[in-house]
Design a protein around this ligand. Structure first.
Ligand SMILES: Nc1ncnc2c1ncn2[C@@H]1O[C@H](COP(=O)(O)OP(=O)(O)O)[C@@H](O)[C@H]1O
Ligand SMILES: [Mg+2]
Length: 220
């Protein structure tokens, strides 16, 4: 495949089971290494990075979100979200303050002291998203983040991702659900490890792109 994703873009990757969505996300996130080809992430050639440097990149710059939320049950939401910062050496008090900021960005203001089993599935997933973007992290990779949620809750999670992209985060999100394309800038359809189609997502196809807004403004 040949794929270039811009800063701040929201890309949805669609495809049936086995089409290669997870493999693609794991390659971009440095969890797997490509055996061929060239892969640049955040300006860095991943093949040239040591394991230690890759681990550091994941800790500092890339956030992962999975289908099953993957929060640590014995930690509060705030502690879960603060973990990557503490792992990167940020002092605990500051890490927790920034965790609260990240929780607010995903609509969970005030829920920091709760434990994962004290909030809904949608709230757990939004906490996982807060953990993925806490601090300076601006590349978010989400592998079927709505797969364990009902469709209304899944749509809320996708809206949260959309808002984060509008504030500068880049998101690459795999999904089975065609409704999730509505929130994307671009939809990449995969089959057997290849891209078979690339289309504008709902947020681009809705007829309110920047040029049209400008034209509307010019017309008064
Ligand atoms: N660790 C692995 N080793 C070998 N083949 C794998 C591995 N992981 C996935 N695959 C294969 O790669 C293909 C793509 O899988 P995957 O990326 O998990 O697809 P998707 O996430 O779209 O369901 C499938 O044929 C799968 O069986
Ligand atoms: Mg998968």
């Amino acid at each position: 495949m040949d794929l270039e994703i811009a800063d701040g873009e929201f890309v949805v990757v669609m495809g049936t089971s086995g089409s290669g969505k997870t493999t693609l996300l794991n390659l971009i996130g440095g969890l797997d290494r490509a055996t061929a080809g060239r892969l640049q992430v955040l300006g860095m050639d991943l093949a040239g990075l040591s394991e230690a440097r890759l681990a550091q990149l994941r800790m500092v710059s890339i956030g992962f979100v999975f289908q099953e939320f993957n929060l640590l049950p014995e930690l509060t939401l705030q502690e879960n979200v603060a973990l990557p910062l503490e792992g990167a050496g940020v002092a605990r008090a500051q890490a927790r303050r920034r965790a609260d900021e990240a929780l607010s960005r995903v609509g969970l203001t005030g829920l920091g002291p709760r434990f994962p089993d004290e909030v809904s599935g949608g709230q757990q997933q939004r906490a996982a998203i807060a953990r993925a973007v806490v601090g300076e992290r601006r590349l978010l990779l989400a592998d079927e983040p709505t797969g364990a949620l009902d469709s209304a809750t899944g749509a809320q999670v996708m809206s949260t991702l959309r808002e984060l992209c509008d504030s500068g985060v880049t998101a690459i999100v795999s999904t089975h659900n065609p409704a999730n394309a509505e929130h994307a800038d671009r939809v990449v359809r995969m089959q057997d490890g290849r891209i078979v189609e690339t289309t504008a997502g709902g947020s681009r196809a809705s007829g309110t792109d920047d040029a049209e807004l400008r034209d509307a403004g010019a017309r008064g």
